[in-house]
Write a protein that binds this ligand. Structure first.
Ligand code: 9WN
Length: 426
């Protein structure tokens, strides 16, 4: 335990200022320049931060995320594009031309479905679930898309590393070798904002674009992509977030008297827990599995394991194992490491290959608290909020030194620090 839970003179204003600076009216961009559009799980997590000081703005964030849902199949894309922003590649021209219900162009892949969980967190904070009512059906349709179209009635298949939200995590290294690299990779605009050694290398980008070319060849058909993409993964972190989100959607729907949605969402939560259990190892923990080869990756230890703490019905033995993981190989003084030091491919300063990310630490704290591990949850929140902010609000942190890496004035770092701080005992 790191102690000092009531840092004197703690000032929320610089963190609120980050959100205000990145506010685009009804959505918040992750960071100016590097990420100028609306990203899916960013928006949901950012809403949690808005709720600490502007509750209507928090609900507006979630509303705008779901307004960009594709009304045809329920996909909530990883990006909803701002036509005025040009500093990010791949822009809309690289995708099929899908449009969200609100008319914005969107991508053809998704991201971790944490929106229902964030909606519940906000409803619990305010004691009012009513603003979530218009979101229930869109959330249900998105979860249906994931389970039915991507999962064929079970655990969803991820067709691109970007869908995991952990783009260059070490468990994607081997599966990515099956992806034909693109020869048309456009200019790397990210390097204008972040040092090259903190971002994924060119060989990964060639595959990220290669996948977009494969999807085009498959006619951008989601069910076909789920069966034939050269990259197809079952990611236990994504599936656990969906499992938690389904249970949280059921919780919201129950409170709002929406019985049919509550039943269906509850069924999804059970179905995902059963799917994860059925392919878990003896310790109750599922490993990243290639849906191309059927192989599980047991060689590396990443947050793909730790985030299973979000499974609401996680068996007790698995919960104990995850606690050991969080206090052992994934422990950093600054939060949860994305990758353990002894995993092949670990790089402490490179993106998802070692650094500590505030969203992962925050999600693990939430899962631990829900499993009754209050002291550990408080400890993680303390680590999030004890950082000596210099106004930088970094995207990720070096797991040994705490040095800020990646983008500056990064929205979810600000948002979740506000939330974590507000939950510490005073
Ligand atoms: C691709 C916006 C997003 C996050 C992801 C993070 C990074 C994008 C990129 O930025 O991914 O989606 O261009 O690197 O990996 O988790 O949502 O903050």
């Amino acid at each position: 335990m790191s102690g000092g839970l009531v840092a004197p003179g703690w000032d929320p204003e610089p963190l609120r200022a980050v959100l205000r600076g990145n506010d685009r009216g009804s959505h918040t961009i992750p960071a100016a320049g590097l990420y100028p559009h609306q990203w899916n799980w960013d928006s949901a997590l950012i809403a949690v931060g808005w709720a600490t000081f502007d509750v209507p703005r928090a609900w507006r964030e979630l509303t705008s995320l779901l307004a960009a849902q594709d009304p045809r199949d329920g996909l909530v894309a990883h990006i909803a594009f701002d036509p005025a922003a040009t500093s990010y590649n791949p822009g809309p021209a690289w995708w099929s031309g899908r449009q969200g219900g609100d008319g914005r162009l969107i991508s053809d892949i998704t991201q971790p479905p944490v929106a229902a969980t964030c909606a519940r967190v906000i409803a619990e904070r305010t004691g009012d679930a009513e603003p979530a009512r218009p979101l229930l059906e869109p959330l249900q349709r998105w979860h249906d898309f994931l389970v039915d179209v991507r999962g064929g009635g079970g655990e969803p298949v991820l067709v691109h590393p970007w869908e995991s939200g952990r783009d260059n995590s070490v468990e994607w290294d081997v599966p990515l070798t099956a992806v034909p690299p693109s020869e048309r990779v456009p200019e790397r605009r990210d390097h204008a904002f972040v040092a090259e050694e903190q971002r994924p290398p060119a060989k990964d980008y060639a595959r990220y674009y290669g996948l977009l070319e494969s999807f085009q060849a498959l006619g951008w058909d989601q069910a076909v992509m789920a069966r034939q993409s050269p990259f197809r993964m079952l990611d236990p972190a994504f599936s656990s977030m969906l499992c938690a989100a389904a249970a949280d959607l059921a919780w919201l729907a129950e409170r709002l008297g929406e019985r049919a949605i509550a039943r269906r969402a509850g069924h999804h939560a059970e179905l995902l827990e059963a799917a994860l259990r059925s392919r878990a190892d003896a310790d109750g923990i599922a490993r990243p599995r290639s849906a191309v080869t059927g192989d599980d990756d047991r060689a590396v230890t990443t947050v793909a394991l730790a985030l299973q703490v979000l499974r609401p019905a996680l068996p007790a033995e698995a919960a104990r194992r995850l606690r050991d993981l969080l206090c052992g190989p994934l422990d950093s003084p600054f939060g949860v490491r994305s990758t353990s030091r002894d995993s092949a491919g670990h790089e402490p300063a490179n993106y998802w290959r070692g650094p500590v990310w505030t969203n992962v630490t925050w999600l693990c704290a939430l899962g631990l608290e829900r499993h009754g591990e209050k002291a550990l949850a408080t400890d993680l929140r303390d680590r999030i909020s004890q950082r000596r902010w210099t106004g930088a609000c970094p995207e990720y942190l070096h797991p040994e030194s705490g040095e800020g890496l990646g983008a500056r004035d990064f929205s979810w770092t600000a948002a979740l620090t506000l939330d974590a701080r507000s939950r510490l005992p005073r």
